[in-house]
Design a protein around this ligand. Structure first.
Ligand SMILES: *Cc1c(COP(=O)(O)O)cnc(C)c1O
Ligand SMILES: [Zn+2]
Length: 415
């Protein structure tokens, strides 16, 4: 099994580059993307071979950007991926849908979908000769980079906004990276990261190795199709921060057709944002391709990117496939987190609340055919965003330790 990576190509002007650590085109500053030899890929990869592969994203190795000469035993691998795709009949009924599936990425090694992108980014970074992994993070990325770097004996340098949820700080710090809290927004961190990446010899996962990093999100699309019995999902709903995950799910489904792994049937991708940071959904609603930067203010901190790099590409994918975009309030996020928990037993983070709340909005607005099956991405774990719930959640009642008190309480609660 070899690598099918041909190199990097500018998404704006089409200029080709060797597969190096770079994310912008030297001619036009457009974003770079990994290009593959699809004929070679199609000739090699089969469903049987994938099914016999590792129980992680690496079962799709021939479709991922490992560089030529890759040693599978040298991967930076905590077994991300192959998370459950589970039917959600009770949530479907509550939303007015006939068939709903949840892609439960809360079960990843660091409890969010970011493990998919990080295992790919750090594997390629090591191949490129880096021994320090760095990132700018809204929370989940920091924890995932720290954990993967720790497992590989790499150094990690993480830039995060100082107002991050405490649990996201702790679940990054525990791996003992260099964790730098920046008194500013994610977008401030991002500007710093871009400057630092130019000066330091680090693999900045979402800056200079971003083209490889972003490809890890494709595994969501591959897994959904494989878990549906090698069929296309009809509709996929994804939360959007930079918009990259959504764009790569669509790319993955296209690649499954290109390589002959799955029969070509129409699908749609749809995007969910929090109203307090909805630059992509706002542009989409206005029928525009121009994503205007916003100042983020929402409890969905993992999605709080005011200048989303992949915004225009997300808009294109959603328009081209016939999907929708929505934005929901912070109150709707909390209600949707609770709805998901009480109907399906899954405790998702605020980003999961965004996905479910926006799906609810789309159904109510008549933008979803309720008879067609839908897959919603549950991208992170609720324990990391407990702050969003602690004001509203607590015991049903508190009693003295006596049977009389218990019986009185039950009577009050149920009769
Ligand atoms: C990062 C993140 C996303 C989406 O990220 P994109 O930048 O749009 O790829 C979604 N959910 C969670 C929980 C995240 O941490
Ligand atoms: Zn270019």
């Amino acid at each position: 099994m070899g690598s099918h990576v041909k190199g990097l190509r500018c998404r704006a002007c089409g200029l080709d580059t060797d597969p190096i650590a770079a994310h912008v085109c030297t001619a036009c500053f457009g974003p770079l993307e990994v290009v593959y030899d699809y004929d070679g890929m199609a000739a090699e990869v089969t469903r049987e071979q994938i099914a016999a592969g590792p129980r992680s994203v690496w079962r799709y190795a021939p479709l991922l950007p490992e560089l030529p000469g890759a040693d599978p035993t040298a991967r930076v691998d905590l077994q991300a991926g192959l998370t459950p795709l589970q039917p959600a009949p009770r949530l479907a009924a509550a939303l007015g849908l006939r068939e709903l599936w949840l892609k439960n990425d809360t079960t990843n090694p660091t409890w969010s979908f970011k493990d998919r992108v990080v295992t790919v980014a750090l594997t390629v970074a090591r191949q490129l000769g880096f021994d320090t992994a760095a990132c700018v993070s809204t929370g989940n990325l920091a924890g995932s980079v720290a954990a993967h770097a720790a497992s590989a004996g790499m150094d990690a340098v993480l830039l995060v906004p100082a107002d991050l949820e405490r649990a996201k700080i702790a679940t990054s710090a525990v791996y003992e990276p260099t964790l730098i809290a920046v008194e500013g927004s994610y977008d401030d961190c991002n500007r710093l990261g871009a400057e630092a990446a130019g000066e330091r010899g680090w693999a900045f996962v979402n800056v200079n190795v971003r083209p490889y990093y972003a490809e890890g999100s494709k595994t969501l699309g591959y897994e959904i199709a494989e878990q549906l019995g090698w069929r296309m999902p009809r509709h996929v709903v994804a939360p959007m921060a930079s918009g990259s995950m959504l764009v790569k799910i669509d790319k993955a489904l296209q690649e499954l057709v290109t390589t002959g792994l799955v029969a070509d049937e129409p699908w749609t991708v749809s995007g969910a944002q929090a109203a307090g940071c909805a630059p992509i959904s706002t542009a989409f609603a206005a029928g525009s391709d121009e994503v205007e930067p916003v100042k983020a203010d929402t409890i969905a901190k993992s999605l709080a990117i005011g200048t989303p790099a992949d915004g225009p590409y997300a808009i294109d994918a959603v328009r081209r496939t016939g999907g929708w975009m929505q934005a929901c309030t912070d109150e709707e996020i909390v209600s949707a987190m609770r709805l998901l928990a009480r109907t399906e037993g899954i405790f998702g983070e605020t980003a999961a609340g965004v996905t479910v709340a926006c799906l609810q909005r789309a159904v109510a607005a008549g933008e979803m055919d309720p008879d067609e099956p839908t897959v919603a991405i549950i991208s992170g774990q609720g324990l990391k965003t407990l702050d969003a719930l602690t004001d509203t959640m607590g015991p049903s009642t508190t009693i003295r330790p006596s049977i009389v008190a218990l019986e009185d309480a039950l009577e009050d609660l149920f009769d």
